[in-house]
Design a protein around this ligand. Structure first.
Ligand code: ADP
Ligand code: GN1
Ligand code: MG
Length: 360
């Protein structure tokens, strides 16, 4: 595929100088397009095997980024740095389909860093504030105008069923290698329905949420250390705030990388939990309910268990979903997540106390 040919379909300023693979996502193919003009661009090929309804997905992103851009303008912010800006194609569409691949482009936000691992609690607190603010800003967005990009994305009851199917089918022939891991999930079957039940019983509200709030989906300003721009809006759809909070904790409170093979390095950092909680609750302000605050620790454990179960499911299926760099990659990722689940389960009482004390 000729990325230059694709890039020329978009309404970029200046002449293209280079196009290089960029970033470290598990799903899409991302390229940095440098030009001789003032602006560089991000060009992305969407993974249409995963995002089958890419039209719906791109419409979601257009609506949400326009909505956020209005709010940021009203607040006197810089829209080119504080939210994603889609670049239209030369025939004024917000994406283009070439040979069944869907491509889109954004303004590249310069002088920012994405972290794969946190080194400063203050940065994590800023990240929490940005994600909290993100949900608060979308509070008045009409959720019924969004399509459900991946149905049942965080439906952990459904994830459990899919896991059982993968165990049953054993497509990869790897089932006997992972007996303990399978038992680990089965033991937690009842736990996996807690948030789904709370949503169904309307104990907690359904909101417009990001649904993929890991640390490398937020751009941090190099100079100020502030989390300025939330990216990767592919999974924006109705969900629970507990999913967004929990996924950030899953990724950010890990003392090691998501795919660290040495499990002695993988631990849950409770001080970082406190930092994120403080920032998140400040960012979301009065938009959070008491019941949600009481369940923040459950969100954290749930998202970690869900992610580990997804890695295990994909391992059993033969690595069909996540990009992998070596044959056991999904299993290594599964192990880090399950180790974190155990650590969080042990730290639950402390996590509950922290959330209570953070909210003034
Ligand atoms: P994936 O769904 O594959 O994770 P992302 O949309 O998260 O794809 O993009 C992958 C990486 O590209 C991000 O982690 C970030 O480093 C970088 N990136 C994406 N969009 C931008 C942008 N507008 N400005 C600067 N960097 C970006
Ligand atoms: C994927 O796209 P990316 O790399 O930000 C995945 C998330 C997982 C995450 C695990 C659409 O996120 O749900 O939590 O990997 N995204 C999708 O790192 O499945
Ligand atoms: Mg990403």
């Amino acid at each position: 595929m000729d990325t230059y040919k694709i890039a020329r379909l978009f309404d970029f300023e200046g002449n293209i100088i280079s196009i290089e693979p960029y970033g470290d996502g598990h799903i899409n193919d991302t390229y940095l397009v440098s030009t001789d003009g003032k602006t560089s661009y991000i060009l992305q090929r969407l993974n249409t095997k995963i995002f089958k309804n890419y039209q719906g997905l791109m419409d979601n992103i257009q609506k949400v980024s326009a909505f956020l851009s209005d709010i940021i303008t009203k607040e006197g912010g810089d829209v080119t740095r504080e939210c994603l800006t889609l670049i239209p194609t030369k025939d004024n569409k917000h994406y283009v389909v070439v040979n069944d691949d869907c491509w889109r482009a954004y303004i590249f936000v310069p002088d920012t860093i994405v972290y794969q691992i946190i080194d400063t609690p203050a940065i994590f607190e800023n990240t929490g504030e940005a994600f909290g603010k993100f949900i608060a800003r979308l509070d008045s967005f009409d959720a019924s105008t969004l399509c459900e990009v991946i149905p049942d994305f965080h439906n952990t009851v459904d994830r459990y069923q899919k896991f059982l199917t993968a165990v049953e089918e054993n497509k990869s022939g790897r089932r006997d290698n992972v007996k303990e891991e399978i038992e680990f999930v089965k033991k937690r079957k009842d736990f996996m329905s807690l948030i789904v039940n709370a949503l169904n019983n309307k104990e907690i509200p359904l909101r417009v949420t990001h649904n993929d709030t890991k640390l490398n989906n937020v751009l941090i300003d190099k100079t100020s250390g502030k989390a300025i721009c939330i990216i990767d809006l592919d999974t924006i759809m109705p969900g629970s705030l507990l999913y967004d909070f929990g996924d950030s904790i899953r990724f950010g409170c890990n003392t090691a990388l998501e795919d660290e093979p040495d499990l002695s390095k993988v631990n849950f950092d409770i001080e970082l939990y406190k930092s994120y909680c403080t920032g998140f609750l400040r960012g979301i302000g009065d938009k959070i309910t008491q019941k949600e605050i009481n369940m923040l620790h459950i969100g954290s454990i749930m998202m970690t268990l869900e992610c580990g179960t997804r890695f295990l499911t994909d391992y059993l299926d033969g690595d069909l979903y996540f990009k992998t760099k070596y044959p056991e990659h999904n299993l290594v990722r599964c192990h880090t997540q399950f180790k974190l689940v155990e650590c969080m389960e042990k730290a639950s009482n402390e996590m509950i106390k922290i959330a209570k004390n953070c909210k003034i």
